[in-house]
Design a protein around this ligand. Structure first.
Ligand SMILES: [Zn+2]
Length: 460
């Protein structure tokens, strides 16, 4: 298939007047001028964004915990609401929520999602293996694969190893019964996901030890050894240093800060993604950069939960790699994540245009490109920028809208990130297939009906 584009953001910057050839989802040629028999992409084209951190089921109660309680509300009260909600959520419900969420992500410009998947068991806490033959065929992981396949988003599924309620191998509480696996059970689940992944295009598998409070060193090492034997490039994600309380608990149990403990005890590499890493000191920043691991920042969730602010300016100055995630889905817009990534730095440093440099002076463009590259690395996927040999995951911006606030390409992504009034994303292609056209997904009406009916049921 051949497409003509007037303006396109390639790895080394803006290019104009190009014909893009796509074969089997991969860009096979980029040539000058307009070939015969081409389809025209009607607006400026940029690479799709990768969402490095999602818990799909949390979309169903986004916005449900915004009622104040005398300044005492925190991450931990939000977590209580989550546990209550989980008591009712079935396998079919999980798929309905994920489909709605993934359609919303595609419409906002995410073309791939890393699903940090920890809702493993049935409502009563029984594993699907313990249930009858019929149910066994449809695990929670299957619901996620199906949702990604039906909606067309690229998927990196990261089954989560979750074993304890807190540091020192504390016994899990009732609210956590759907998350818990022995290491053996978990490794089987990971192998099952590798098998499932073969049946679905544009998917891959990694793992996610939940956090240092929910797994011990032995669990992490055994899970890493298992997944690395299946795929030496499998992504490995972990929640780390999100909350000050977690840092304090880790200090009192391990006598080290969480990131320092991880650096000293586990061999990190470029396939590791440290989610949040909010409470990080200078030595830990340098340690992550030396290991080539990624910082997976979730600015709107971190703001919503009152976590704190990742020192992005300092980390990028050290040549650190970042990716962005929507985590709790209080927002599913990469534009909003990037805007708040920069704004949090401005508000704390009382300066402007911080996440840019001499080589990349446009904040919007620099953030978009760095987050897409880091996101591709965090998912071990052939995505992140547009070039020959890369997967055709791309966004076409609405020309009428971009004409309203951007009169040259150098400022275009600044305007999109900081000044757009409406969603500027008109068409979305994933793996060479159109999944959003003229702002619409073919399943969106059906999905919205199912989702609103589900919310009514869960809220009853
Ligand atoms: Zn998370």
């Amino acid at each position: 298939m051949k497409y003509y584009v007037e303006n396109i953001l390639l790895a080394d910057g803006w290019a104009t007047d190009k014909t893009i050839t796509i074969n089997n989802g991969i860009i096979s040629a980029i040539t000058a001028g307009k070939d015969d028999n081409v389809q025209v992409m009607s607006g400026t084209v940029i690479p799709g964004m990768i969402n490095c951190h999602s818990h799909a089921f949390q979309r169903a109660f986004a916005g449900f915990s915004e009622q104040g309680s005398e300044g005492q509300d925190s991450f931990w009260t939000w977590r209580k609401i989550m546990y209550k909600f989980l008591a009712k959520l079935t396998h079919d419900d999980a798929q309905v929520i994920a489909e709605q969420l993934y359609i919303e992500m595609l419409k906002m410009g995410y073309t791939r999602v890393a699903e940090f998947h920890y809702l493993h068991h049935n409502i009563d806490g029984k594993s699907y293996e313990e249930l009858d033959e019929e149910t066994q065929l449809s695990t929670m992981a299957q619901a996620i694969f199906s949702a990604a396949n039906n909606t067309g988003i690229g998927l990196t599924i990261l089954p989560v190893l979750y074993q304890f309620a807190g540091f020192g191998e504390q016994k899990p509480n009732q609210g956590q019964k759907r998350f818990i696996n022995s290491t053996q059970q978990f490794n089987q689940l990971v192998s099952d996901c590798f098998e499932l992944s073969k049946s679905y295009t544009n998917t891959n598998v990694g793992i996610a030890p939940h956090s240092l409070r929910a797994v011990n060193k032995q669990g992490i090492l055994q899970a890493v050894a298992h997944v690395r034997a299946l795929d030496s490039t499998a992504p490995i994600h972990i929640h780390i240093a999100e909350q000050q309380q977690e840092v304090d608990d880790c200090l009192s149990f391990y006598k080290k800060r969480p990131i320092q403990w991880l650096l000293d005890n586990i061999e990190l590499d470029k396939h590791w993604c440290l989610i949040h890493a909010t409470h990080i000191d200078e030595k830990e920043q340098q340690g992550i950069v030396n290991s080539q691991a990624i910082a997976g920042i979730c600015p709107t969730t971190e703001a919503n939960l009152g976590d704190g602010i990742f020192p992005t300016v300092e980390f990028l100055t050290l040549n650190g790699t970042i990716a962005i995630g929507s985590d709790s889905h209080i927002s599913v817009s990469p534009i909003e994540e990037l805007r708040w990534l920069e704004y949090a730095q401005r508000l704390t440093k009382k300066q402007r245009a911080l996440l840019a440099n001499n080589n990349a002076p446009s904040v919007g463009q620099n953030l978009w490109q760095q987050a897409a590259l880091g996101g591709a690395q965090s998912t071990s996927s052939n995505t992140g920028y547009l070039a020959v040999g890369k997967q055709a995951d791309l966004l076409v911006l609405n020309k009428q809208q971009t004409d309203l606030y951007a009169n040259n390409l150098q400022h275009l992504l600044d305007s999109v990130v900081f000044a757009s009034r409406e969603n500027a994303i008109q068409d979305v292609m994933v793996n060479g297939q159109w999944v959003i056209q003229n702002g619409k997904h073919t399943l969106e009406k059906n999905s919205a009906d199912n989702f609103s009916a589900l919310l009514a049921k869960l809220s009853a």
